[in-house]
Write a protein that binds this ligand. Sequence first.
Ligand code: ADP
Ligand code: ADP
Ligand code: MG
Length: 669
Amino acid sequence: MFSKILIANRGEIACRVIKTARRLGIKTVAVFSDADRGARHVAMADEAVHIGPSPARESYLLADRIIDAARRTGAQAIHPGYGFLSENAGFAEACAKAGLVFIGPPPAAIRAMGSKSEAKKIMEKAKVPLVPGYHGDDQSPELLAKEAGRIGFPVLIKASAGGGGKGMRVVESADKFADALAGAKREAKAAFADDHVLVEKYLTRPRHIEIQVFADGHGGCLYLFERDCSIQRRHQKVIEEAPAPNMDTARRKAMGEAAVAAAKAIGYQGAGTVEFIADQDGTFFFMEMNTRLQVEHPVTEMITGQDLVEWQLVVAAGGKMPRTQDQLRIDGHAVEVRLYAEDPARNFLPSTGTLVHLKLPEEGAHVRVDTGVRQGDTVTPFYDPMIAKVIVHDRDRTSALRRMAALMSETEVVGVTTNASLLRALCAHPAFVGGEIDTGFIERHRDSLFAALAPADDRAFAVATLARLAEWQDREPTAGDPHSPWNEQNGFRLLDEGHDEVRWKDGERDVTVIARRLRDGGLRLELPGGAQEARVQRTDDGKLAIGLGGDTFVATVVRRVAIDGGVDYTLFSDGRSRRLRLVDPLDLSMYEAAGAAEATVRAPLPGKIIDLRVKAGDTVSKGQPLLVLEAMKMEHTLAAPADGTIKSVRYAVGEQVNEGAELVEFEAS
Ligand code: ADP
Ligand code: ADP
Ligand code: MG
């Protein structure tokens, strides 16, 4: 076994690999970019080497720097994690040349699966079932269109070099094919410098079921059962579970053996995942093979009781796999959710910022949390915006989902927008709990899933107002002091001199809550839905104990000054979170800013302009696409906020813009 390894990655996967290495008594070397100087994976490793500036292209993707860091620190092997260099055959070769062990498959196996088209050719020979489609070399638009017609619409165009859902287009009918093909090729060229595509039958209600395979250098090749990863957005996984719901033993065996055949066909070694797409009737087809550890590997670890990173290390060091096929069993059910810094209500736009408040579920016998961040860390636009993976293990699926829904309602994040409410809604959704599962689930159930994002209710306004009043109460000892800065502030009347007004903004809605002090020391709040009596007290741990109407409950409220200078209150109570903006009656800049926002379209994230659809003088209607911004490896279409005229376009295609940059000046009509 190795005595020291280098982890060529960051975030939760780097931390996760370090954990196993430490348990096995292996020393670890982390690498880090400028942005990650103070990151958790750096703190966890025994040693850390700085490898360059924040953009991955100048740090985590620099094979030479990483190999050099391994040499200098005396590491014998490199674990690539996932993403970055993990599926780069050239890097695997360079490691070997430098006398380092690449903890992953042989370069030839990576290469064989690197192109989805080539992979399908190999799988065809190995008699693994394929989605009907065309994966040939001829890329002429005429031929591809003809093949699409033969396959039958709807079809899916995919970048052969693709990954992360990029370069994919669903095409409903023949007349839309040419445009979709051009779009897919453009995206593929930009993301992978390779615009080769394949065309497949688009299954309308499929499940994504994948098989974890493993092989060693002693002829051993086995499968560790399946994972169902059908709950997706943007063709990317959000919830994964093992075993797959409604999977029978015969089909499990058939899929497992097909996956093993696939691995054997390319002389595989180490951990790999064969992804299948399955029809509702269970018919399954090969989709692609990921020649690395998979993000969702923990659910497999939970149901099998194995540590797949340990397996990787053992196999890479030349050993035999710790178990044989016959020794593997499925125990209970595991579910993983990916907690992302992103805004489901804005088409899952990534969110960046400092995690000023972070309360993740506590780990225990049933709960595992894989994360790369701590409170105070920053989610930057440079890397994947995943905050944590939360994994639960229970005796059956219903119990696991119930537990997960509860954990998501206890999760508190302030500083970035997250998908926690959506995850909770998913895990508690009767249809999902009942076994309805396919890749269209989120879209189909949008209305019920996004109900959590409905306008704030009276209770939210009451909690925020009580938090605000509690802040004043906290300061009350100084209230009698004529020199107290508090007295000069805001022009608010003192609590005991009648009433106070607190004004909130919930999105576009403006709500004023009036609070009156009652004789008994309680309060009377005039809320949008009517008046309610209330009480508030700070608990020892800084939360608020609230009485409202007939209810009593505890809430956490975090006050934070946002980037634009406004003050936001984030409320956590009753398993829900809500953010309200405090309207300071004396701060007129807020209104000016609100007016200005309507006249310009700003970059929601730092990124690159990759397409401009309008020019100065154009008239546009609300919702019409204005431009496409590439940020955090994804394309974001920015639309007109209202009907109007374009006054000016400030940037050209190819230009890099900062967050908040004014991209298009706009005059609403
Ligand atoms: P998987 O196929 O393992 O489920 P995805 O397809 O969701 O993973 O991930 C898309 C790509 O982004 C993959 O190449 C994955 O390795 C990479 N990726 C996802 N999360 C991270 C992360 N936290 N750090 C680095 N790379 C990541
Ligand atoms: P990536 O490399 O981005 O992971 P995949 O080929 O694995 O690309 O596909 C990603 C997702 O796209 C799948 O999990 C599935 O939801 C959807 N998808 C892929 N192929 C098909 C298909 N033929 N029909 C319907 N959906 C598909
Ligand atoms: Mg995939």
